[in-house]
Design a protein around this ligand. Structure first.
Ligand code: HEC
Length: 154
């Protein structure tokens, strides 16, 4: 009983902030929404950095690359084929994720590969100008997956 209670309580803690933003979603669905929201925030920030809206800071790009790899590797596990995963809350996950599983996982793996290239360039000291095309290649990976596997947003 105790491990189960802990699991429930701990999960509740982890998803608190996501639950606010993602009303109705719970468990793994809320967790993946939260991870994707973090992707959204940092990607937007870096995009704005390249547009001159924030001071340029190459370490933010390194941090983003690490986050992309870390969360990117978890994507296949965050979309289990369960009723909850397919339908919880206001999920935007399309059935294609499960109907074309290999493609979905390949898309996630490709995204992680691109992120590794970005991180490698950051770690060898590449300047923001040189990182820019690599960053946009990663960002294109977000869009490519969303085009096939995420419902259109309003
Ligand atoms: C391999 C597929 C895949 C990749 C790569 C991917 N996403 Fe997503 N993303 C999804 C899916 C599927 C959803 C819908 C999840 C849901 O609603 O359950 C989603 C949802 C989102 C959301 C909405 C989260 C919310 O508030 O509910 C944002 C924002 C987002 N992604 C940003 C990004 C960004 C930015 C990147 C790249 C840095 C990225 N995603 C990469 C598949 C992907």
């Amino acid at each position: 009983m105790i491990p189960f209670q802990c699991k429930t309580a701990c999960a509740a803690l982890v998803v608190t902030s996501a639950a606010v933003a993602h009303e109705g979603a719970s468990g793994i669905v809320a967790q993946r929404m939260e991870a994707m929201s973090e992707f959204g925030d940092i990607t937007q920030y870096i995009g704005d950095m390249y547009k001159g809206r924030h001071a340029m800071d190459r370490d933010t790009i390194g941090d983003a690359a690490r986050l992309y790899i870390q969360h990117g590797e978890m994507i296949p596990m965050q979309f289990p084929d369960t009723v909850h995963s397919r339908t919880s809350g206001n999920t935007e996950a399309l059935d294609a994720i499960w109907d074309r599983r290999q493609e979905f996982e390949a898309s996630a793996a490709d995204f992680v590969d691109r992120s590794r290239e970005l991180l490698a360039a950051y770690e060898r000291g590449a300047e923001p100008d040189e990182l820019q095309p690599l960053f946009y290649t990663v960002a294109r990976g977000c869009r490519e997956c969303h085009d096939d596997f995420r419902a259109e947003q309003d």
